[in-house]
Design a protein. Structure first.
Lengths: 97, 470
């Protein structure tokens, strides 16, 4: 899950409060104000969902709630647009395995 | 009980907030619905309130004014902001059903303004479904709204001035750009200079971006297109090639670049689904970005009492949206008899003049940075067109050759447009592909039904239980 960078969060930006989200059972760092999509991407996740027919890896495309490629399960509710949802402490997220 | 408003504005972008500003000053009761958590639309995107950054050195005047206006309106007692609210449907041309925080809500308005903005346009290529291929807009969202640089090295390709804006933001954030590959040839872009003369503030903006891009010796290529993206489960490399003036690929010019992130931007298309849902008129105007909502000089649609402002009436940028937002407000005030006719004529005369100027700018923008039919005609058969339902071009082509010529019949036959995004991504692509086969003839659009976007059934159940059942 390496992007060639240890931290994709931009240096020189002071962030909101640090929180922890649970991604596929793993405690993951995030910051209040970030979308789930950004927090997942910054943590190195490149597979958000699996496409319905070809079972391909999919990840955010439009970033603004149009394309539905970034769907994940949040607190048990499936098909949530991660780009339109904001992180909060203890939020449980599942990506397609 | 349904809440009643004088005007319901769908979309809190520059058009929406500028309409609300004027209407509320005349004591009209306004509801603004927006799917986003924040007001201001895509153009006013910024870091969350609890973030601090000193990286951003340049902000356009129109953005500064817009942000100020959002702040001002938030304390206005005549305006009710419904953020995080996704529209489900419009009923009887005056009622709006939307989902907010797990529950549907119904509100009613004397008049309606559709200011739903635009979304990204795509020219698909083999492998564009790989994680790591994102839209230029998504790159901007990562940078501007989340303070995340999505990769250490970024490749930018597509067409239009937006590429430079995104490149600038990437560089300012400390990112490295592997190149900006513009689809249209360098000389083809010269006429855009005439367009810029109609929007002088944009010249300053362009200079700020270009200064940063050139100062970092960023590679700029003109007349290049993406051939394909490749990788095992995620993007690893991109093949590009030079094209001739007709748009055909020049053999032997192919070049492969290793990258984890490709941001593509091919311009924008209006979000016109809501007017289609209520059977209002639309028209296809290449010079305004494709299918747009048809409006008269007062920005009223073919449905009385329903207005539209901003990118929905033609892709023309922030200034046009501001002016159109104001113009719809005055049209509504006139319709409701709330404004003196001399004052109205004086203000509206000026606004219409400004609008015409920005429409001219829009024409330059959309024509200079248009995508030649050849590019759509030569999309590889294996390319996935409908990403939600995994429909490759060959299946759509096959159906088309067997007589399925409209988007709706293709949808029924191939499932393209039947997934979660409801054809928002593939619809405009299929339109352009068929147009390229039919020598410019535009196919019939998708029929839009409710819900406008997927809605959780429990939201509707809660609405029924609490509001309807009694």
């Amino acid at each position: 899950m390496s992007n060639g960078l240890t931290n994709l969060r931009i240096k020189g930006i002071e962030r909101g409060k640090r929180v922890y989200i649970i991604v596929n059972g793993k405690k993951t760092e995030a910051y209040e104000g970030e979308t789930v999509a950004s927090a997942l991407w910054a943590a190195g996740y490149k597979k958000f969902r699996t496409s319905v027919k070809n079972r391909e890896n999919r990840a955010p495309l439009c970033g603004m709630g149009v394309c539905y490629e970034c769907l994940v399960t949040i607190n048990g509710i499936p098909n949530i647009r991660s780009c339109m949802t904001y992180v909060n402490n203890g939020m449980e997220i599942e990506t397609d395995e | 009980m349904n809440k009643k408003y004088d005007t319901i504005i769908i979309g809190s972008g520059l058009a929406g907030i500028n309409a609300a500003n004027i209407l509320s000053a005349y004591n009209l009761k306004i509801a603004i619905i927006d799917e986003n958590h924040f007001s201001g639309g895509q153009y006013l995107r910024k870091l969350p309130e609890n973030f601090k950054s000193n990286l951003i050195k340049y902000t356009t005047k129109i953005k500064k004014e817009g942000l100020k206006l959002v702040k001002k309106l938030q304390n206005n007692k005549n305006i009710n902001f419904y953020q995080d609210s996704t529209v489900i449907g419009i009923y009887d041309n005056n009622k709006l059903l939307f989902e907010n925080n797990g529950k549907a809500e119904l509100i009613q308005g004397e008049t309606l303004i559709i200011a739903t903005g635009a979304r990204e346009k795509y020219l698909p290529f083999k492998g564009w479904t790989l994680p790591g291929v994102i839209s230029a807009g998504a790159l901007q969202v990562f940078l501007k709204s989340n303070g995340v640089l999505p990769a250490d090295k970024i490749l930018i390709a597509g067409t239009g001035p937006f590429l430079y804006a995104v490149a600038y933001e990437t560089l300012v954030a400390g990112g490295k750009i592997q190149g900006i590959f513009e689809l249209n040839g360098f000389f083809k872009q010269i006429p855009f200079g005439f367009g810029l003369m109609r929007a002088p503030t944009k010249i300053i903006e362009a200079l700020v971006y270009m200064e940063e891009i050139l100062r970092r010796w960023t590679k700029l290529k003109y007349g290049w297109k993406i051939i394909r993206a490749e990788g095992d489960g995620k993007l690893e490399q991109v093949m590009l090639a030079k094209t001739d003036s007709k748009g055909d690929t020049i053999k032997g010019s192919e070049k492969t670049i290793k990258t984890n992130l490709l941001a593509t931007g091919f311009g924008f298309i209006p979000n016109i689904e809501l007017i289609n849902m209520i059977n209002g008129e639309t028209e296809y105007k290449k010079e305004l970005g494709g299918w747009i909502i048809k409006v008269n000089d007062e920005l009223e649609t073919s449905i009385e009492g329903v207005f539209s402002a901003g990118e929905t009436t033609g892709i023309g940028g922030a200034e046009k949206s501001v002016i159109e937002g104001m113009l719809t407000a005055y049209s509504i005030l006139k319709k409701m008899g709330k404004i003196d006719s001399t004052l109205y004529s004086k203000i509206v005369g000026k606004l219409k003049k400004k609008r015409n100027n920005y429409l001219k700018y829009a024409e330059y923008l959309n024509i200079v940075y248009s995508i030649n039919d050849t590019h759509y005609k030569t999309v590889d058969d294996e390319t996935i067109i409908c990403r939600c339902e995994d429909v490759p071009l060959k299946e759509i082509k096959n159906a088309y050759q067997n007589g399925f010529k409209s988007l709706n019949s293709l949808k029924i036959f191939t499932r393209s447009g039947m997934g979660n995004c409801q054809g928002r991504t593939c619809g405009p692509i299929i339109t352009e592909i068929i147009k390229s086969y039919e020598k410019g003839k535009i196919p019939e659009q998708f029929k839009i039904r409710k819900p406008a976007k997927p809605v959780n059934i429990s939201s509707l159940v809660r609405f029924y239980e609490e509001e309807v059942k009694e």
